[in-house]
Design a protein around this ligand. Structure first.
Ligand code: ADP
Ligand code: MG
Length: 577
């Protein structure tokens, strides 16, 4: 079945299931106890969808989802009960408030990452709890807010539950679809490999920030519906432990997909109910509950839904139809120098890894950067592509100074690279990896839409000889083939300059011949290349110009044949007198 057919069938099935569930919620009579459980599950699941964006797609931790939930709940509760504002206005206000709080937290910490983010979200959660309890004139304190009204048309518990289920279905749909949009791909790229994402043109900070704000927004939405659903809220419903419960729901079901989030939510709400008969033995119920959660997390690391998907995963999807021939059309300002580095210096503490290096890479040529291990080659490339900030010096791409720009902006000016230690987006398919490369700002193709991008990516994979395996994920490829996928990702971006860090390292002789052939085919299309490698046969075969580094300093520069005859190069690099 073709991808678009499968997708259309998936959409129709989802719509049918959603309509059926909403109809059930609207028509089947339940007693108050069951209705409460359903209301809680549905509103929590919406908040858990948020975690499936921030943690599942983007790989960032949020330990304050209950706080964002509370912002939505209190906006609806206080707005309706104290200020007599319309429900829908309060709900939207609560979502906006939550999203703004999420974005604010994100702005202050997302650059720091991991542990700081965890700490700051916990603090936010604790502070909000303290405020809810103590700002009694505004929040009613520990008494909570009661008699929260439901919107006109949904006054009965059953009608409101149907509404909540409809919102749940819609938000689940949007979260599901998000994964395959440019933003969703960017999030997954950030989750899999932040450095490579930046170098491939993804604005890492902005992507994380949006993920965080969307997560908080869904938290606010769930909380607003929760408040009206139960018509009573109090601070103890939105404590830190509830944030942990929400996170566990996401992890338990499978954080990578909204279906997993829904499964996890339902289970974590139902398991305690199922175990209720054990309540006569104090503590036993909690112990079994905890053990069940731990066992699921240990034996199903991708969650329940991830486990199920793995069971039914079809191997090797059909090879896509042969794409158009792959052509490189690098931007050309007409200047003869495509990349220039002036006085480039990089200190790491007391160590000067790169020391006042100058070189010019001519347009349409292959330029090699060589030198012994530790001579500063990779550091030069990292400073040129923006992974490190230059301590001094300037970098120009096609005449434009890029020295202070973040990696994704330099990528937009036409720098694309591969890494010495391969950096691919490992949970994604080869094709998705290459689509992210093609999807950079400044590539005219982006405007042509997703189908054109996929064709371009497929053509790039065909070009490196891996077109037939486009739909496999990265771990199924050999080391040499992963290198080629990195090449395809960089080439699909249609870069002005391609930077290669030791592409031949770790390849066997057959793979090296293929690499040589590939480099010849790339160079034949007029692409400018800066290559680092130790394989002198390869370098002498492809590079017209050489720059030689030793201890961070440039010791030679010029035509390959001339440079290789210089005695100091021979002694520094080849270690012979
Ligand atoms: P090459 O690629 O030529 O083998 P590198 O550029 O990787 O060399 O390293 C040059 C020097 O800079 C080495 O002494 C290395 O230890 C040091 N270096 C590289 N990256 C870092 C870093 N992130 N922090 C500290 N020192 C570094
Ligand atoms: Mg290196």
């Amino acid at each position: 079945m073709s991808r678009s057919r499968a997708f259309a069938v998936g959409q129709i099935l989802y719509a049918l299931a959603a309509v059926a569930v909403v109809a059930l919620a609207a028509s089947v009579k339940t007693d108050g106890y069951v209705a409460n459980i359903l209301m809680q599950a549905a509103t929590y699941a919406i908040a858990v969808f948020g975690l499936s964006i921030v943690l599942g797609l983007c790989g960032q931790i949020n330990l304050a989802q209950a706080a964002f939930f509370a912002l939505g709940a209190y906006a609806v509760g206080l707005g309706g009960a104290d200020y007599h504002l319309p429900f829908w206005l309060c709900l939207l206000g609560g979502m906006a408030l939550a999203a703004a709080a999420g974005a604010g937290l994100g702005v202050s910490t997302l650059r720091l990452g991991g542990h700081y983010l965890a700490m700051v979200t916990i603090s936010f959660q604790q502070i909000l709890t303290v405020v809810l309890i103590n700002a009694i004139p505004v929040t009613h304190g520990p008494d909570g807010v009661s008699s929260i009204a439901r919107p006109a048309g949904f006054q009965s518990g059953q009608a409101f539950l149907a509404l909540v289920v409809a919102v749940l279905a819609l938000s689940g749909y949007l979260v599901w679809r998000l994964a395959d949009t440019r933003l969703g791909r960017a999030m997954r790229a950030v989750r899999d490999n932040e450095l490579a994402a930046g170098a491939a043109g993804v604005d890492v900070f902005r992507t994380k920030l949006i993920a965080f704000a969307l997560c908080a927004l869904l938290g606010g939405l769930g909380g607003g519906l929760f408040a009206a659903g139960f018509s009573y809220i109090s601070p103890d419903q939105f404590a830190f432990s509830d944030s942990i419960v929400l996170l566990t729901m996401a992890l338990l079901g499978g954080v990578a997909s909204p279906i997993g989030s829904a499964i996890g939510t339902i289970l974590l709400i139902l398991i305690p109910e199922w175990l209720r008969f054990l309540k006569s033995v104090p503590g036993l119920y909690l112990a079994i509950y905890g053990a069940a959660v731990i066992l699921i997390v240990i034996f199903m690391p991708e969650g329940i839904w991830g486990f199920i998907r793995r069971l039914f995963a079809s191997r090797a999807g059909a090879a896509p139809a042969a794409a158009e021939p792959f052509t490189l059309r690098p931007a050309d300002s007409g200047a003869s120098i495509a990349l220039e580095v002036r006085g480039l210096t990089k200190h790491f503490g007391g160590l000067t890894a790169v020391d006042g290096v100058d070189f010019q890479v001519r347009r349409g040529g292959v330029h090699a950067l060589i030198g012994p291990n530790g001579s500063g080659k990779t550091t030069t490339l990292n400073v040129v592509t923006g992974l490190y900030r230059a301590s001094a010096g300037a970098i120009f791409v096609d005449g434009v100074e890029v020295t202070g720009l973040p990696p994704h902006k330099r990528n937009a000016f036409g720098l694309a690279r591969t890494f010495q230690n391969i950096r691919l987006f490992r949970s994604m398919t080869a094709l998705e990896n290459v689509v992210i490369g093609a999807e950079r700002d400044g590539n005219a193709l982006v405007a042509a839409g997703p189908a054109a991008l996929r064709l371009r990516a497929q053509a790039a994979l065909d070009f490196v000889g891996l077109g037939a395996r486009a739909s496999e994920t990265i771990p199924s490829f050999s080391y040499g083939h992963q290198r080629l996928i990195e090449f395809a990702r960089a080439l699909a971006a249609n870069p002005t300059v391609l930077l290669l860090d030791e592409p031949a390292a770790g390849l066997n002789s057959g793979e090296k011949r293929m690499l040589h052939d590939l480099l010849d085919r790339i160079a034949a299309q007029g692409l400018t290349i800066l290559i680092i490698d130790h394989d002198m046969t390869l370098i002498a075969g492809v590079a017209k110009h050489l720059t030689v580094l030793n201890f961070g300093k440039r010791i030679a520069d010029g035509e390959t044949a001339d440079v290789l005859r210089q005695p100091d190069v021979v002694s520094a690099y080849l270690g012979v007198a």
